[in-house]
Ligand binder design. Structure first.
Ligand code: AMP
Ligand code: MG
Length: 422
């Protein structure tokens, strides 16, 4: 062999390993928020991303009101042993008159505090006398059982900011200031493909009739569910036909009407499949080896539909757990950013490990773990990237730095699936 032949990189050489943080930053630099907003009913806006600040036109609560059923009074009027006459009755939804000195007002939860009263005594602490007057049996403190006007929301306050993903509680807060319609980012349109000649769709072949070497396409199912949870409109384009022309046609068609084309499988170096060369012909494709386990191979690119339009392309690894974890770590923040979400990093918490991890890896690892009743973490025994059981058994990931072993009692960095899948 000549020196030239030795130094030339073989066609299938692996791209260098890259750190996750750098890869994510580069991926996010491509995720410009999508143009276009939508007006949706607050009732139907769960999970959508606000495209405008929500500003309150009123204060909440609108006025001081009672947080108990009981009696509104002036603290100064309460002298031990003296019953006070009831001068008015104020149910929720009505406003009373000014409180006459030396009297109490019968009041109910949510009813406005009458002018002059400075406390509410709950009815359990009062004894109604035969003549109808009320003996106050506990010394009231000024302000007790009163919810102050504006204590929740001040007039003019930004209660929900642009770029925030709406939760059920956020919908309630928006409704509490009278917002029945919200301006949100439009949903990303995602085309989902699977690749791999070994794949069989569940339902098309019974388990006992599966040919040797065949496996069911599991990735399609969790990827579709993950995309839907993240607010996407998903087109399932099935398994890509096994020839170059059909693959290019399918990709070009998808790029016309989608924001992202997502595939799983076939991004390992050296693998023969049609997606990679087709994406390269129609746009561009960068193959990355990300230094994480599971989940090393990853591809980002762009598919031109025509001169004016196109779609992002993301290729996930085929191994189910790699595909699942890579989606959560990279595709999730990408899709949130397309919708204009500002905070895309998942919250991590420091938790005590309840297990031993003796085999440190040179890659950053994401171990499937479960929280124990004592607050420590248990480890799923098989951390192989093909074992999807680990992701169902587990309720989150330990983000373990490269070269790090773990002993029971060590503090580790935990990311819950609840956080990632919300
Ligand atoms: P690949 O990334 O295509 O080399 O695939 C890696 C491994 O993942 C192989 O064992 C594939 O059979 C498996 N795999 C690829 N795609 C899927 C899929 N959609 N569902 C389940 N397993 C898959
Ligand atoms: Mg494959």
């Amino acid at each position: 062999m000549t020196a030239t032949a030795l130094s030339a990189a073989p066609a299938t050489s692996r791209p260098p390993l890259r750190a996750l943080d750098g890869a994510l930053a580069e991926l996010l630099s491509h995720a410009q928020p999508l143009a276009g907003t939508e007006q949706v009913s607050t009732f139907d806006a769960d999970g959508r991303v606000l495209a405008q600040d929500v500003v309150s036109g009123l204060q909440v609560p609108p006025q001081d009101n009672s947080s108990m059923d009981g009696y509104a009074l002036r603290c100064a009027d309460v002298a031990t042993g003296v019953a006070l006459p009831v001068s008015q009755r104020i149910p929720a939804g009505q406003s009373g008159a000014s409180l006459t000195a030396g009297t109490v007002a019968r009041i109910f939860t949510g009813a406005p505090i009458p002018v002059g009263a400075d406390a509410v005594v709950m009815q359990e602490d009062c004894a109604v006398q035969p003549d109808g007057s009320v003996l106050i049996q506990s010394a009231p403190q000024p302000g007790q059982w009163i919810r102050s006007a504006g204590e929740d929301v001040a007039r003019g306050a930004v209660v929900l900011s642009k770029g925030r993903r709406l939760t059920p509680a956020a919908l309630g807060l928006a409704a509490s200031i009278g917002m029945h319609v919200l301006t949100v980012a439009r949903r990303p349109k995602v085309a989902l493909f699977s690749t791999g000649d070994e794949l069989i769709m569940p339902g098309s072949v019974a388990p006992q009739d599966m040919p040797p070497g065949a496996i069911y396409n599991s990735n399609r199912f969790f990827l579709k569910a993950l995309l839907t949870r993240l607010g996407c409109e998903v087109s399932d384009l099935g398994i890509v036909p096994d020839n170059r022309a059909a693959t290019m046609e399918a990709l070009r068609g998808a790029a016309q009407s989608h924001d992202l084309i997502l595939t799983s499988g076939g991004v390992s170096v050296g693998e023969e499949d049609h997606i990679k060369p087709a994406v390269q012909r129609l746009g561009h494709l960068d193959l990355w080896q990300i230094a994480i386990k599971p989940g090393k191979p990853f591809a980002y690119g762009w598919v031109d539909a025509d001169a004016a339009q196109g779609a992002h392309f993301i290729g996930l690894p085929g191994n189910p757990v790699s595909s699942f974890v890579t989606f959560l770590l990279l595709v999730r923040p990408f899709l949130l950013r397309l919708q204009g979400v500002t905070e895309v990093a998942p919250k991590t918490i420091a938790v005590s490990a309840g297990f031993t991890w003796a085999r440190a890896d040179k890659r950053r690892e994401f171990l499937r773990v479960k929280r124990q009743p004592d607050g420590s973490l248990a480890l799923f025994p098989n951390q192989s990237s093909g074992v999807l059981t680990s992701a169902v058994w587990g309720d989150g990931l330990v983000d373990n730095p490269p070269g790090q072993t773990i002993a029971p009692g060590d503090t580790v960095c935990f990311i819950s699936f609840a956080e990632l899948l919300a």
